[in-house]
Design a protein around this ligand. Structure first.
Ligand code: CP
Length: 315
């Protein structure tokens, strides 16, 4: 049987304005990769470059593994060992690697909009995947988080009670998760954090329940998404102390008891243990943290397959 997957996506830069149908289609395909149903190599001979100007463990390695499993020729660009140290711009770096025949770019950059800017200068057969730009978007993290939730809670997202807590202001993960939860029709999303880390005027928060009271936000929750406190992007004074932050916004086993007994806990990593989440929660049965990492390989396989093979023929 030949399965034709059609995706409207040329690049994957953000989950803003993505349809629930496109999300579920990508999650369906990722689930098939999770179950090992498609051990084939549609990207044989295709060059894929992980172009990372910022550090990463999970995203970079899972993209590399996924691309290798799909048969791609994988190039790993590390800014510290590259000619960017001699002043070469990101745009010139991109153009030069594209001139080598690379068709897939997985890009992480500290500036908001960096992946979109490089997608704008890409040739017609080049696809750009945003692997995290500044505080703006991390779409494959958003998708793998939705896959993890769907595996635990089923396809109907509309009745879920979802809490997202932490450093919303600096979190590209929160933005991509909120875009996806909105597209999937979740009605009860509670966005929680200290006033200094919750940008009330940001349109991303429109229509969601905003609170600074973590205990109240957890009441009856099905899904608890914790965010890393991004100390490298924070200004002084945004949090009084890590101890104070943990007391007010750290997820402990005692706090998790306010949520439903079958609630699942997500965190994108890297985890600041003892700050936003305690060891007993990070390692408990309800924690999906390592499941998210496993799902990342399958989700990124599905995304690269969708963008780099058109139309997609699966035999
Ligand atoms: N979740 C995430 O983006 O982790 P890395 O920074 O390690 O890629």
């Amino acid at each position: 049987m030949t399965v034709q997957i059609k995706t409207p996506l040329r690049h994957l830069l953000s989950l803003e304005n993505i349809s629930d149908e496109t999300i579920h289609g990508l999650l369906d395909r990722a689930q098939e990769f999770v179950e090992g149903k498609y051990l084939y190599q549609p990207l044989r001979g295709v060059g894929v470059c992980t172009l990372f100007f910022e550090p990463s463990t999970r995203t970079r390695l899972s993209f590399q593994l996924a691309a290798q499993q799909l048969g791609a020729e994988v190039l790993n660009f590390e800014a510290a060992n590259s000619s960017t140290t001699k002043g070469e711009s990101a745009a010139d770096t991109f153009r030069n690697i594209e001139a080598m025949g690379v068709r897939g770019f997985v890009i992480r950059h500290r500036e908001d909009g960096a992946a979109a800017a490089l997608a704008a200068i890409a040739g017609p057969s080049t696809a750009v995947i945003n692997a995290g730009d500044g505080c703006a978007n991390h779409p494959t993290q958003g998708l793998l988080d939705m896959l993890t939730i769907r595996q635990a809670k089923g396809r109907d997202f509309s009745r879920l009670r979802v809490v997202i807590t932490g450093d919303i202001a600096h979190s590209r993960v929160a933005r991509s998760d909120l875009h996806a939860l909105r597209a999937l029709g979740v009605r009860d999303v509670r966005v929680c954090g200290p006033r200094t880390l919750l940008p009330m005027d940001d349109e991303i928060l429109e229509g969601f329940n905003i609170t600074h009271d973590f205990d109240a936000a957890l009441d009856g929750a099905d899904v608890v998404m914790m965010l890393r406190l991004q100390r490298e992007r924070m200004e002084e004074g945004m949090v009084e102390s890590l101890k104070d932050y943990h007391e007010q916004y750290g997820l402990t086993a005692k706090r998790l008891a306010y949520a439903r007994p079958d609630a699942v806990v997500l965190h994108p990593g890297p985890v600041n243990r003892g700050v936003e989440i305690s060891d007993d929660v990070a390692d408990c049965k309800q924690s999906m943290i390592l499941r998210q990492v496993s799902n990342g390989v399958a989700m990124r396989s599905a995304v690269m397959e969708a963008l780099l093979t058109k139309p997609l023929n699966v035999h």
